[in-house]
Design a protein around this ligand. Sequence first.
Ligand SMILES: [Zn+2]
Length: 146
Amino acid sequence: METVLLKCPECGQINRVVKAKFHLHPKCHSCKKVLTYPKTPLTVTGANFNEEVVQSPGIVLLDLWSPTCGYCMKLNPILDEIASEYAGIIKVGKINTQNDQVLTGQFNIRGVPALFLYNDGKKIGEVAGFMPKNDLVSWIKSRIDL
Ligand SMILES: [Zn+2]
C-alpha cells in the first residue's frame, strides 16, 4: 500500500498514512486529532521556508513567481488544481520573488516561473518556465512516485 508522511499540525507528530484511506479522515497517532493538509497553495517566505519545505515530510512543489509575470499568472490556476487534486500527497508552496528577494536569492534562478520539487526536504528536481498541467504532473511523476 502506498503511504505518505503527514505532519500533524497540532502536535508535530509525523504520521504515515495510507493514501487510499485519505477519505476516511485519518487521525494523528499521537494526539488523535484528525489530520489536515493544505488543499490550496501556501505562501512560503523566509520565515517559514525551513518549516514548510526543508523540514516538511513528503513532497513539496515550490513555485517561485512574480505578480508581474504573465506566465506565472497562467501557472497559478494550474497550481491551485494540483494542490486540490493531490491534497495530502503534494504540498504546493509559492514564493513571491518580489516580496522575498533574500529567499529568492538562495535559488539562483534566471527567471520566473521556476519550479522546485522536494521530497522529505531534499531537492529532487527543478525546472524553469511555464508548463501545461499535464506536462507538469508528468514531470513530477518522472521524479517521484505519486
Ligand atoms: Zn497530533
